[in-house]
Each structure stands twice: as structure tokens, then as C-alpha cells.
Design a protein around this ligand. Structure first.
Ligand code: MLT
Length: 265
């Protein structure tokens, strides 16, 4: 069921399905809670699954010119406070993982586990920051062209010819993201801080999902980060890019379920 709660007088939209222990899903850049449709359906057989539209994405409006990861984390906190849920596992895909790390930093007592789905605790490099500024210019020039090529880049190149429906699905969701929402997220990602310390400090389990063919985050860099985690689970997807739950849903969901059992043991 799709619901909303207020954060700074604007509605944060989320879906709430299933019963039991709680799993919160945060989509990536150009996504919405709908991107998790199949994952939510699968997990909600045994868990209560909350999938949130982050600021400027899906039906959640923009809050300003830049959406910091901290702002995104505060929106997540507003939803969880509204639902009166104080312990859960947080799963963040890419940008959603940056927001999940901000949440772990700001609200350390709320988590039973954290899953970084094709995500990183490192900040943007100087080159990546320049790329973000070029992306902002490209969005201003032609949002449609920009989003189509950005979505294509999230899939492994070799999967592009097979995953026609999945690409169409991701594109349809991306089309719903406003120009302002895209630009605000690009600014927020560009300025996010280093949160590597979280990986080595926390006591709860952390899972990292890594795609060998990821065009956005090089797998070697993610595996090096995973080394720092005390109670780690690593899912290495050798045939996938940046979208494991769409590229290999069965394998990804199976591993996520196993991780959730570990978190809730
Ligand atoms: C995402 O999928 O959320 C973004 O591509 C992440 C990024 O650009 O760093």
C-alpha cells in the first residue's frame, strides 16, 4: 500500500507491504520505490517491507536546489518515526546506499543491519565531481537524452540486448524524475562525505553487493571496502553491472534473504 508522511511540511511517499520484522529499501538515482517492485514482492512474504521515494524522486517533492545525503537520511527517519519503527535493516541501492550510510551515521541505534547494493562509502573523486557538473549541464540541456543514457549505463553492456523489459521499466521510472530532482541529487552525491569509518565501526552485519561489470563503481574498489567490515557478507555478481536486483533477481533476492536471516538471528 502506498502512503505518505510529512517531512518539513512536504509528503514523503513510501510503500508498506507484508508483516513482521522490518526491511527498508532505498532506491538509487533516477529510481523510486517502484524499482524494488519484485524485491518487495518477494521479501514481503516474510518481512514488513518499506520502500521510500527519496527527495525529488517518485512522488516525493524537491526540498531545495541540492539534496544532501543527510537530508535524504532525515526523510527516511521521518517515515520510520511516523510508523513508530525503531529497529530495522536498511538496504540502499547506489545513491540509496549513500543515504543509508548517512542514516547509519546520524541515527546509529536504529539498525540491525545494512546492505550496500552497488554502493560505496567513499566520496566522489575530483574527476567524478567534474563529471557531476557536466551531468548537470547535460540535464539542463536535454533531460530525456541524459536520463536514457544514464539508465543504459547502469546495466552491464553485455546485458543490454537481453534485458529489454528491465531497461524499459527503469526508463519509465526515470522519466518520472523531475529536472530539479535530478540536479538536486547530482549536487548531493557530488558533495557527500567519506563514510568509510562506518564500515569498520558498526557491530551489526553489513552486506555489500558488487557487480563485476559495474560501469559506475569499480568492483575492486568495493571489494577493498568490504575488507574493512567486521561482520561482512559479500555478494559478487560476475555477470552484472550496477543493477543486480534487475539483472539477476533470483540470485540477488536469495542472498538478501540469507543476509536478513543473519541480521535477525
Ligand atoms: C546511482 O545509481 O544511484 C548513481 O549512479 C550513483 C552515482 O552516480 O554515484
Amino acid at each position: 500500500m502506498v502512503k505518505a508522511c510529512l517531512y518539513k511540511k512536504s509528503p514523503v511517499t513510501f510503500s508498506d507491504t507484508g508483516k513482521g520484522r522490518v526491511v527498508v529499501l532505498l532506491h538509487g538515482f533516477l529510481g523510486s520505490h517502484k524499482i524494488w517492485e519484485k524485491t518487495s514482492l518477494d521479501l514481503s512474504k516474510s518481512y514488513r517491507v518499506i520502500a521510500i521515494d527519496l527527495p525529488g524522486h517518485g512522488a516525493t517533492p524537491c526540498y531545495g536546489y541540492a539534496h544532501s545525503m543527510d537530508l535524504m537520511a532525515k526523510c527516511v527517519k521521518a517515515v520510520m518515526d511516523h510508523l513508530r519503527l525503531k529497529k530495522f535493516v536498511l538496504v540502499g541501492h547506489s545513491m540509496g546506499g549513500y543515504a543509508a550510510l548517512a542514516f547509519a551515521d546520524l541515527f546509529p541505534d536504529y539498525l540491525n543491519g545494512l546492505c550496500l547494493y552497488h554502493s560505496s562509502a567513499l566520496p566522489d573523486t575530483a574527476e567524478k565531481k567534474k563529471e557531476r557538473l557536466r551531468a548537470i549541464a547535460a540535464v539542463k540541456a536535454n533531460r530525456g537524452v541524459y536520463t536514457k543514457s544514464a539508465i543504459k549505463n547502469l546495466f552491464a553492456t553485455k546485458n543490454l540486448k537481453y534485458l529489454i523489459e528491465e531497461i524499459l521499466f527503469a526508463n519509465t521510472i526515470a522519466k518520472g524524475t523531475t529536472k530539479q530532482g535530478i540536479i538536486a541529487a547530482l549536487h548531493g552525491m557530488k558533495d557527500r562525505p567519506n563514510r568509510e569509518i562506518i564500515l569498520s565501526l558498526v557491530k551489526y552485519p553489513i552486506m555489500m553487493v558488487v557487480g563485476e561489470l559495474d560501469n559506475i563503481l569499480p568492483y575492486e574498489q568495493l571489494l577493498a571496502q568490504a575488507e574493512k567490515i567486521k561482520r561482512k557478507t559479500v555478494l559478487f555478481l560476475e555477470h552484472d553491472g550496477h543493477f543486480g536486483f534487475l539483472e539477476s533477481p533470483r540470485e540477488s533476492n536469495k542472498a538478501l534473504r540469507k543476509f536478513l536471516r543473519k541480521c535477525y538471528k
